[in-house]
Design a protein around this ligand. Structure first.
Ligand code: GLC
Length: 437
């Protein structure tokens, strides 16, 4: 196998939050009513910082070391923020509000793009200098605000249904479930196997943080609903939203979803899956390589595969995740910052990050690369999940929006409220936050 030596992986990053946008037509390319802002002034060379969520892969320091060897006068220092995206966002906002130049290149969750751009906390970038024309369209759009690029995709993310093929086979199932009903039926059979003793059917990320917003959004959209309707208004008072969200609420009350999952973030869920506690697990691509590790850290290596998330009448769809590299508006050495982003986001670099850490690349060509597909047969499936993924609400006040979703969803999952009451309260809370076009 290829590689620069597989570096111990682990997801470091986690979550996210925010944003802005869009009101209606606001994001994405093609919004020609709004004049594109002037691209930033990228002058100034010298030392810079690279700020991102906790890196448990071990990869980032090595990449920075290589850069520093080649750029002794423009050294990069690595600033690691907490693992949870919501906490990272707080620190970025604090930094921006004091106009501090402590942060130069920052790692931005796709859902923060609009908020950070609209507040001018990050610089508009010269898009033609990056390989965005070779990247998947929705991934690039998630890095744009009103048609202007504000971040360069570092990696993308889409949720997948990890499933235990060994147990499914034993119970007579040769295909992963496409719907929640099928998943429930498969679990009923599988859980009667002696090998499945003590296991739970399903888990996702249900702790009260950005991951819950992701799982909530996916439940609703996988039943044909959406958080914000085409008219730009909240759309949670629909039968689709109720049917989709009820899969989670009923999943918890019936025991189909592991009760511990109410505390799961990405890493805690991954550990449960790798220990063999779960038959089905909703997780990002990074888990694939780690759960397949043959160094004894995973009990499920070679025993699982991935598929699209389950829906109601057929497969569901993921929330679009991912992280972009942006230049803080308060940075001093912006020419260096821009060059460092170029260095970090080449096609070759994303190929390496897929191999070393399992991060999903944003370059379309890597999904067609025969050598990679041989090693990672799930790449075509992953590409499909990315292309069918839906963005989380692109609203100016994303921080408040995601907090409202997290509060209401959590109350229903913990039995404090019915699914219906939570949705109706969320519908009114969001009315003041996501505006019409
Ligand atoms: C992943 C995704 C990000 C999302 C977060 C939620 O890091 O890439 O977009 O917000 O998970 O936990």
């Amino acid at each position: 196998m290829k590689t620069r030596g597989r570096i111990r992986a682990a997801l470091g990053v986690s979550l996210a939050t925010t944003l802005l946008a869009a009101c209606g037509t606001g994001t994405g390319s093609g919004d020609d009513e709004v004049a594109a802002p002037k691209v930033g002034d990228f002058t100034g060379r010298g030392p810079i910082s690279f700020v991102s969520g906790k890196d448990t892969t071990g990869t980032t320091p090595e990449l920075i070391k290589q850069w520093n060897e080649q750029h002794p006068d423009q050294k990069v220092s690595f600033v690691e923020l907490p693992e949870e995206a919501d906490q990272q966002r707080q620190q970025y906002i604090q930094n921006a509000e004091t106009k501090s130049d402590a942060y130069d290149v920052i790692s931005v969750d796709v859902v923060w793009t609009s908020e950070f751009a609209a507040h001018r906390w990050i610089e508009p970038l010269p898009e033609s200098e990056f390989g965005t024309d070779k990247m998947l369209d929705p991934v690039v759009e998630a890095a744009q605000y009103r048609g202007q690029l504000y971040g360069v995709p570092n990696y993308t993310d889409a949720g997948l249904l990890y499933h235990r093929t060994d147990l499914m086979k034993k119970a007579g199932f040769d295909k992963p479930p496409e719907t929640w009903d099928e998943m429930r039926e498969q679990c009923e059979e599988i859980l009667t196997l002696p090998e499945a003793k003590g296991m739970s059917c399903y888990a996702g990320q249900f702790e009260k943080y950005e991951g819950l917003t992701v799982n909530f959004a996916e439940s609703v959209q996988s039943a044909g609903g959406s958080i914000v309707g085409e008219d730009g208004k909240p759309a949670l008072d629909t039968p689709e939203a109720k049917e989709g969200f009820s899969n989670l609420v009923d999943g918890f009350s019936s025991g189909m979803i592991a009760k511990e999952a109410i505390t799961y973030e990405e890493e805690t869920g991954r550990q449960a899956f790798q220990k063999g506690d779960l038959i089905f697990h909703r997780q990002w691509p990074y888990q694939y390589s780690m759960a397949n590790a043959n160094d004894g850290s995973s009990k499920v290596a070679g025993k699982f595969d991935v598929a699209p998330l389950p829906g109601v009448d057929g497969p569901g769809s993921s929330s679009l995740g991912g992280w972009n590299l942006a230049v803080s508006s308060f940075a001093k050495n912006k020419a260096t910052a821009l060059d460092f982003i170029k260095y970090m986001t080449t096609e070759q670099m994303q190929r390496d990050k897929l191999i070393d850490d399992g991060y999903a690349p944003s370059y379309a060509g890597l999904y067609e690369d025969k050598e990679l597909i041989e090693e990672y047969p799930y790449l075509p499936e992953l590409k499909e999940s990315i292309l069918t993924a839906e963005p989380r609400p692109r609203v100016v006040r994303y921080g408040d929006t995601t907090a409202a979703i997290q509060d209401e969803a959590y109350d229903a999952l913990t039995g404090e409220k019915s699914a219906e009451d939570a949705l109706s309260s969320l519908q009114s809370r969001l009315s003041g936050l996501v505006n019409g076009p």
